[in-house]
Design a protein around this ligand. Structure first.
Ligand SMILES: [Zn+2]
Length: 65
């Protein structure tokens, strides 16, 4: 499966789901990043989100405020 990276707009063969988009009508589109962009931005994979995160973007600990 490939997806477009939200950050660099390139096709990636190894997309990482990082968030759910909460569009008013569509509800729950998955946002993907390629692995290099995800690491660069320090964004937590959706699969590692704690329960109740509601799919909003989260950052890994070292990038937290
Ligand atoms: Zn990218």
């Amino acid at each position: 499966m490939t997806a477009i990276c939200r950050e660099c707009d390139r096709d990636t063969a190894d997309p990482v789901a990082v968030a759910l988009e909460h569009a008013a009508s569509a509800g729950g589109r998955v946002v993907y990043l390629c692995p290099p962009c995800r690491r660069l931005l320090g964004i937590m994979p959706l699969s590692e989100h704690p329960e109740g995160s509601h799919g909003f973007v989260r950052y890994v600990r070292e990038h937290a405020p």
